[in-house]
Design a binder for this molecule. Structure first.
Ligand SMILES: [Zn+2]
Length: 311
């Protein structure tokens, strides 16, 4: 391979590390780590989104199921906690690092998600920030589609507690749920809250930074202050961490908005490094420039995607 090709390939792999890992990553090396969070709830970390797990006499409920090739490893990790079967899977959204395991778990568990998760899995979809980050999510086979869908909220009564999935519109995507384990006092925030820095906001799938802020604030308003927080990606967190993340989202939105109001172009905003004060959030997946694109797309309202439902 020539240097240029190798360089281009490396840059490509780097950009798509988080979203397109399914095609490029060596999943044989992934180790699934299980840890107890509180009450009936465990958390599994491997590659892709964190998995929330409820265990008890009624069986297992998991929130998200990571990438398709990891399903057997996830099953093995669950066996280490309990012999009970997986009865329900709740998807926080449709991305393949959170719902990829559906095609395996869908064989013997009931898949539950917001209406738009089913629609996007069925048709396939483009995930992107409205700028340089864009990736195709291919259509899923029928076995991987949620068979119970909801528009606003649904409750599973399992293992001695209510497990509530609450939809917040237009956050990370247009089909996000946060899932609250009411007695264990643990919430899985999906990708409305992540700890890897500037978030990936899937503008092309109806997501918005504004909606993520609303989802985080709405969750904190409704739940006890001491709830334990499982982020979409990253270590176990608290609402203090979510509050700091919301402050960063509001401040960066204001900075880009100010630039747009005085007539600055996207290129100027990038060149002037308007997000420099928040550079510690600039990451390998979503750089400061990519987050400027995200906010610019949203604030100039050049919606390339039409939300599938209005709220
Ligand atoms: Zn996602």
């Amino acid at each position: 391979m020539s240097f240029i090709v190798r360089f281009a390939l490396a840059a490509f792999l780097f950009t798509w590390a988080a979203l397109a890992a399914a095609q490029q990553q060596d999943f044989s090396k992934v180790v699934i780590k299980a840890s107890k969070v509180s009450g009936n709830v465990y958390m599994l970390e491997g590659s892709g989104g964190n998995i929330g797990v409820s265990v008890g006499d009624d069986g297992i409920v998991i929130v998200d199921d990571q990438y398709a090739p990891l399903a057997e490893k996830i099953r093995a990790a669950l066996k280490g906690i309990t012999d009970k079967p997986v009865r329900f899977v709740i998807n926080t959204h449709y991305h393949s690092d959170h719902a990829g395991g559906n095609e395996n778990f869908g064989r013997d568990a009931t898949l539950v998600a917001h209406d738009n998760v089913r629609k996007r899995l069925m048709s396939g979809s483009f995930a992107g920030n409205g700028g340089s980050v864009k990736n195709e999510m291919p259509a899923s086979p029928a076995i991987a589609l949620p068979v119970v869908t909801f528009d606003h909220a649904v409750t599973l009564h399992m293992n001695g507690e209510d497990i509530r999935a609450l939809h917040f519109p237009s956050g990370h995507t247009d089909g996000d749920s946060i899932v609250y384990f009411t007695k264990s006092n643990v919430v899985h925030m999906g990708d409305d809250f992540v700890t890897y820095g500037f978030p990936f906001v899937d503008f092309l799938s109806g997501g918005s930074v504004k909606g993520i802020i609303a989802a985080c604030e709405g969750t904190m308003e409704q739940l006890p202050k001491d709830a334990k927080v499982i982020p979409g990606h990253g270590p176990l967190s608290t609402f203090d961490d979510v509050s700091r993340y919301v402050v960063m989202l509001k401040e960066t939105t204001a900075a880009v908005s100010k630039g747009i109001k005085v007539g600055k172009t996207l290129e100027q905003l990038k060149k002037e490094k308007v997000l420099e004060p928040w550079k510690k959030f600039s990451g390998a997946f979503i750089s400061a420039d990519a987050f400027i694109e995200t906010l610019y797309s949203e604030l100039t309202d050049k919606k390339k995607a039409t939300p599938l439902v209005k709220h």
